[in-house]
Structure formats: structure tokens, C-alpha cells
Write a protein that binds this ligand. Structure first.
Ligand code: FMN
Length: 421
């Protein structure tokens, strides 16, 4: 049977993380964190018993989404079918003896077991229980039955169990489960490895230009879109260097991170890294101006006349994007350069016009533009809506979506450009 969902190749993949009611549920919070940091979109479905161990707030805060809820919530969305169908992977950690039994016998008395029956994607169950429960003939038979149907049932570890006792039945560590999930997705050909062998440099965050040892001129960029670009490229097989300016976001899995502060530091780092890059993505918000002088000590209130406006002399910073384009033209190796622009325009038409002008002025291959302002501003938001301007002036609109999804849509474009004869 084919799944009715549209297989947009883009997208951060959808993972359903089922959590059953075992003491090891707390470890699943770390697994969730690893999956989210790697850019997967994870919907958590805890069983009723699981919520007695770790509460809803933990799952929602770490996943950035509401938990799937119960069988009888949001029934208009038919969640008992929709969730399983939209999943690229279902992983249940921990899987209790009870959950294994219900899954093996096709019971569907809660949302998670319904998901297990409707999912057509790979399913991974990671059991955790006391050794006696694991060794019990009923559990053994359930595991064999599930395995015979193609479900991956991870072997539990040996070691310390709930109390002072130890033996077989421990949930494997979160990083092992994460590696299993990624390996199984890879085996299923997900995500596409269309950036394998490519070296990618992404800049992200916002630069800060110091006025004195405690103050700076900065901007509101959180770095989310750039980090999402880096995470997506790594998922698609690229060798990724992320140059991060003042972002507190965690480093995406498999990405090498370089920290910078000012526009000049970012310029030095990206110029160096670009020497061997196939693609450079300039998603950082870089200061256009910096104070001419940085005071060596904190500027005091009394240093300034009380009623006169405080003078801060500014000078222009270098245009890093235009500089990269100039350098790229001198290279033997072809290089794709992608700029990002945030504009305070009134309308979509103005955004497109400014985007075309700016792309032409900079000479980059693609310019990804977003409109600044309004309730869903590009800065600090989890979602974004962009237009991509190509070198032939073509304009593609990416509708509002999670920044991970936007990142994959932008990479689809970049892959098209690099594939062009
Ligand atoms: C403190 C406590 C710890 C438990 N730990 C486990 C466990 O590690 N593994 C397991 O299979 N069951 C464990 N159980 C039993 C399950 O919670 C029980 O079978 C429950 O019905 C499972 O529901 P679920 O499969 O819907 O999550 C535990 C129960 C309690 C009270």
C-alpha cells in the first residue's frame, strides 16, 4: 500500500517517538533532544503510563511541538491514522513488556498502538524491563513475532536496572538509539544523500560590533535558519562547516562549528573556509556598520553631555558576500554562493523587486529573501517564509513552514543549480 502523503523529498523527516511507561522514560528525553538537534521533526506520543514517569511539558518543550495526545483528542484530524501515515520512522523507547505484547498481537487500544498498525515506515522498538520480564516466555515470543514481521527490536543492554539489581533489560544509551534511528533511515534511503561528497560552508547568527568592553551594536538574528541550513546539508550527506556568530543554539549533528563575534572575524573565517568549499551559504546577519572606535574602558554616563544626542561615529564594514563572489570567479573549481537578505518592505512585490536588485548587485547564484516585521517575523521565529531569486531572475516562493522545511527547500534549489550543465 502506498502512503497518501505527498513525498516532498525536502523536509526534515517526520519521526514519531513513542514512549511507554517504564522507568527508562527519562532517557528518552535525551534521545528526543538528539533527534531534534539533528533537525528531525519529532512528534512524541507517550502512553498514559509513560506520563506518570515524565510529564507532557518535558516532551513538548524538547520537541517544540504538542505531544500527539490521546486517541480521542483532535478526532477531526483522525490522528489514529494520520500520525502513522505521515511518519518516516517510528521509534518506541522504552518499549514496555506490555507494549511489546500489544504490538505483537495487533491491539490498538491507545494512540501509540494505532500508530504502530498504520505506519508503513520502518518501526524500531527499544525494550527496557527487568530481566525476569525480558526472559519470560511470553515476552520472548512477542519479540520473535515482531522481528519476524520486519520490526527492529533492539537488544537491551546488560547493567544496572531500576533498583540495586542489575542484569539484561537496560535501555541502550540515547546516543546508541539515535545512531540506530539514523542508520535505519539511511537504509530506507532517507534523506536523499544528494550532497554526498560536497563541502559546504554556512554562516549563521548575528555579528556584534563592540562600542566598549560591555556594549555592542548587534541585530536580532537567532541563527535558527542558518543552523537549519547546516543541519539539513549534513543530513543530505555534505561535509559541513558552520560559522556561528553569537548564537546559543546547539551544534547540529555531524557539523563542524567555528565561533566568531564580529563582522571582521566572520569575514576572515568564511574567506578561509570558502577556499575549499563547493557551496557557501551566507545566512548570518552581518553588520553593515561598526563603530569607528572601540573604547578600551566602559563609557560612563558622565562622559556624554546630558542633553546632546550621543555621537557614535560609524564606518562601513566590508561587503562579505560580494567579496566571496569576486573570489569565486577566480577559482578553477566551480562554487555556488547563496546569500540571505532580510528586508523591511511593505509587500511581496517590493520584496521580489528588492531581491532581484540585490542579487544582481551582489552577483551571487541564489538570494533567499524574507520580509522583516509583523507577528511572524523572520527573526527569533521557528517558522519562516521566503522567496528565492535565481541568477536568471526566476523567483520561487516558499510558503511559511518550519525553518527545517524551508532549509530543505532551499537546498533543493541549490542542488538544481549545482546540477545545471
Ligand atoms: C515504578 C514502575 C516502573 C516500571 N518499569 C517498567 C519497565 O521498566 N519496563 C516495563 O516493561 N514495565 C514497567 N512497569 C510496568 C508498566 O508501567 C505497566 O506494564 C504499564 O501498564 C505499561 O503501560 P504502557 O505499555 O501502556 O506504557 C513499571 C511500573 C512501575 C510502577
Amino acid at each position: 500500500m502506498t502512503s497518501p502523503r505527498s513525498t516532498t523529498e525536502a523536509a526534515a523527516l517526520n519521526i514519531v517517538l513513542g514512549v511507554a511507561g517504564g522507568i527508562a522514560a527519562y532517557k528518552s528525553a535525551s534521545l528526543l533532544r538528539l533527534l531534534v538537534e539533528a533537525g528531525y521533526r519529532v512528534t512524541v506520543e507517550p502512553t498514559e503510563a509513560a506520563l506518570r514517569f515524565v510529564g507532557q511539558a518535558t516532551w513538548e518543550a524538547l520537541s517544540g511541538q504538542p505531544i500527539a495526545g490521546g486517541l480521542w483528542q483532535n478526532t477531526h484530524e483522525v490522528p489514529h491514522v494520520a500520525l502513522g501515515r505521515s511518519a518516516d520512522l517510528v521509534i518506541v523507547a522504552p518499549a514496555t513488556a506490555d507494549l511489546l505484547g500489544r504490538a505483537a498481537h495487533g491491539l490498538a487500544d491507545d494512540l501509540l498502538t494505532n500508530v504502530l498498525l498504520t505506519a508503513t515506515c520502518p518501526v524500531v522498538l527499544a525494550p527496557a524491563m527487568h530481566t525476569e520480564m525480558w526472559d519470560n516466555a511470553a515476552t520472548r515470543a512477542n519479540v520473535e513475532l515482531l522481528r519476524s514481521r520486519g520490526v527492529t527490536v533492539v537488544e537491551p543492554d546488560e547493567g544496572r536496572l531500576t533498583g540495586a539489581d542489575s542484569g539484561k533489560g537496560r535501555l541502550p544509551e540515547p546516543d546508541q538509539l539515535f545512531a540506530t534511528a539514523v542508520a535505519i533511515l539511511r537504509r530506507a534511503g532517507l534523506p536523499r544523500q544528494d550532497l554526498a561528497g560536497r563541502r559546504v560552508v554556512v554562516t549563521a547568527g548575528g555579528t556584534r560590533e563592540p562600542l566598549d568592553p560591555v556594549r555592542f551594536l548587534g541585530n536580532r538574528s537567532s541563527g535558527r535558519q542558518g543552523f537549519a541550513m547546516a543541519a539539513a546539508a549534513a543530513r543530505r550527506g555534505a561535509d559541513v562547516v558552520l560559522i556561528s556568530a553569537n548564537s546559543t543554539l546547539p551544534t547540529p549533528a555531524g557539523v563542524k562549528r567555528i565561533e566568531v563575534g564580529t563582522a571582521a572575524q566572520l569575514q576572515a573565517a568564511v574567506t578561509q573556509e570558502a577556499l575549499t568549499a563547493d557551496v557557501v551559504v551566507m545566512a548570518a546577519a552581518v553588520a553593515d556598520f561598526r563603530p569607528v572606535q572601540v573604547q578600551p574602558t566602559k563609557i560612563k554616563k558622565n562622559d556624554l553631555a546630558t542633553d546632546a544626542p550621543a555621537p557614535i561615529a560609524l564606518e562601513r564594514t566590508d561587503d562579505i558576500l560580494a567579496g566571496l563572489v569576486r573570489e569565486a570567479r577566480n577559482r578553477v573549481m566551480p562554487q555556488v554562493i547563496v546569500g540571505f537578505a532580510a528586508e523591511t518592505v511593505e509587500s511581496h512585490q517590493d520584496l521580489v523587486r528588492m531581491g532581484r536588485d540585490k542579487r544582481a548587485a551582489k552577483g551571487c547564484d541564489l538570494l533567499v529573501c524574507n520580509q522583516v516585521g509583523g507577528a511572524e517575523s523572520a527573526f527569533e521565529s521557528l517558522t519562516n517564509e521566503v522567496v528565492i531569486v535565481s541568477a536568471d531572475d526566476r523567483v520561487t516562493q516558499i510558503a511559511r513552514a518550519h525553518k527545517d522545511v524551508v532549509a530543505d527547500a532551499v537546498w533543493d534549489h541549490i542542488v538544481d543549480v549545482t546540477a545545471a550543465p
